[in-house]
Design a protein around this ligand. Structure first.
Ligand code: LLP
Length: 434
């Protein structure tokens, strides 16, 4: 579907066929991005339902009918419409707050497929999760275990728990999103694991159901998972000698996606060896759980912005667009690459630009050193914006948050309307008499 002009951009789309060029214009499924931008304005997040389904199907192909629960880590993109799709497809959900629990339930999630992660669960969140009957709390510390016991006994429920163990492996990813190292705030240290499980056994309103670990995000190699698994299996053996039978093993999320030219493992490269290892070790009856976020949604969305001005600096040229770091924080926060595509490919000389937003910070950039033949009012699409995009957006500089649109074939749906200027300050009051 791509033509010669498409191939002559700095690179082609990240390889998701649902985003493609036709007659030099970028499409999401059957709809032209330009028409969507005209209809809904910019900045605009556009997601492809077919791309979401394809990402989900990759996991399902890997699962291949076996007892594996894929819990979508909804922090990656928690729009109700997207959660609803995953719920329809049978996903469980990995949540990290009472707000996420409410969203998941509103979107039709099955509580018995909800896993509650996070280092700072609060009493009200634990209570709500117990009341609706979630599958499991992934417990990250002894004080949290004590709180869960207290809350559960107050309402006379038994809390199903896993301990999140920190296996001390290097996921070889960005330090901000690496979570399985000793120095991270996450999980219970491996050397404390057995004693903590033994302590959990003594608690009247806690039921041990699993073991959990999550080592980081945007992981592109399998070795860190293998290292972590070896340690988890050794712990499972120890637990067995103490009479602790686990119902599930949760190996977290973290599989990377392609932003540039990363070679990322297929979910089956993770799932098959893990199931084989469980079987070989005598744990065939233990259910496998996963918590993927980015790999289910990341390549299914783009952020479309309009070029406001082209500015020739002394050493650089800038395409100043109407999307900014408040809309997509990842480049600023992690100094990472996202593809940037001209929505319409025009013949003509290309110039090298930094794509930057209107926010008053030099860190406000979306893409650096990209070659485009563009003019003011051209549209630029930032790729791989489906994960940790809108959810990390803010109103910084009093910029209303973007609209979100879901495309399904030749139809589009507004799944979050653009915020209005009035909504920027609707929760604020000027006290009388100040
Ligand atoms: N489970 C737990 C306990 C997590 O903390 C996370 C992500 C996931 C699952 C999902 O990981 P994924 O499959 O999406 O890699 N804002 C950062 C990513 C932060 C990830 C935090 N935890 C970014 O934009 O790269």
């Amino acid at each position: 579907m791509q033509n010669h002009l498409a191939n002559s951009t700095d690179r082609s789309p990240v390889g998701v066929p649902h985003f493609h060029y036709s007659d030099n214009a970028l499409y999401v499924e059957q709809l032209a991005v330009k028409a969507l931008a005209e209809q809904h304005g910019t900045p605009l997040y556009i997601y492809s339902k077919a791309a979401l389904k394809a990402a989900w199907d990759r996991y399902q192909e890997a699962v291949d009918g076996r007892d594996v629960l894929v819990c979508y880590a909804m922090k990656a993109n928690s729009n109700l419409a997207i959660l609803n799709l995953f719920a329809q497809w049978g996903a469980g959900f990995d949540i990290v707050s009472g707000g996420e629990l409410a969203r998941a339930l509103k979107a039709g999630a099955d509580p018995q497929k909800i896993i509650f992660s996070g280092v700072g669960k609060q009493a009200w969140e634990i209570k709500k999760a117990l009341e609706v009957g979630i599958k499991c709390f992934n417990v990250e510390s002894i004080p949290e275990l004590t709180l869960i016991q207290e809350v559960a006994s107050a309402i006379d429920k038994k809390a199903p728990i896993s301990l999140r163990i920190n296996p001390d492996v290097d996921a070889k990813t960005h330090p901000y999103i690496s979570t399985g190292l000793k120095d991270n705030k996450f999980g219970i240290a491996m050397e404390d694991a057995l004693a903590t499980y033994e302590h959990a056994m003594t608690l009247s309103h806690v039921e041990i159901v699993g073991l959990d670990c999550h080592i980081g995000s945007q992981i592109t190699e399998l070795a860190p998972y293998q290292d972590a698994l070896a340690r988890l299996l050794a712990l499972m053996d120890q637990l067995k000698t103490k009479g602790i039978q686990l119902k599930h093993l949760d190996i977290g999320g973290g599989l990377g996606i392609r932003y540039l030219d990363e070679q990322v493992p297929h979910p089956r490269d993770l799932i098959n060896p893990t199931l084989e290892a469980l079987q070989a070790r005598g744990y065939a009856e233990v259910q496998l759980a996963l918590e993927p976020g980015r790999s289910l949604v990341g390549n299914s969305g783009i952020l479309v912005s309009e070029v406001l001005f082209l500015k020739q600096g002394e050493s650089k040229s800038f395409a100043i667009v109407d999307a900014a770091m408040n809309d997509l924080l990842r480049p600023t926060l992690y100094d990472v690459y996202h593809g940037a595509l001209a929505v319409e490919l025009k013949a003509g000389d290309k110039r090298r630009y930094d794509v930057v937003g209107p926010v008053c910070e030099s860190g406000d950039w979306l893409a650096k050193d990209r070659d485009f033949a563009i003019e003011p009012s051209a549209l630029i699409a930032i790729e791989s914006a489906g994960a940790y995009g809108f959810v990390m957006s803010s109103q910084y500089n009093s910029r209303p948050r973007a609209a979100e649109v879901l495309v399904d074939g030749d139809k589009s749906y507004v799944i979050r309307r653009r915020e209005t200027i009035e909504e920027l300050f609707e929760h604020e009051t000027i006290p009388d008499g100040i």
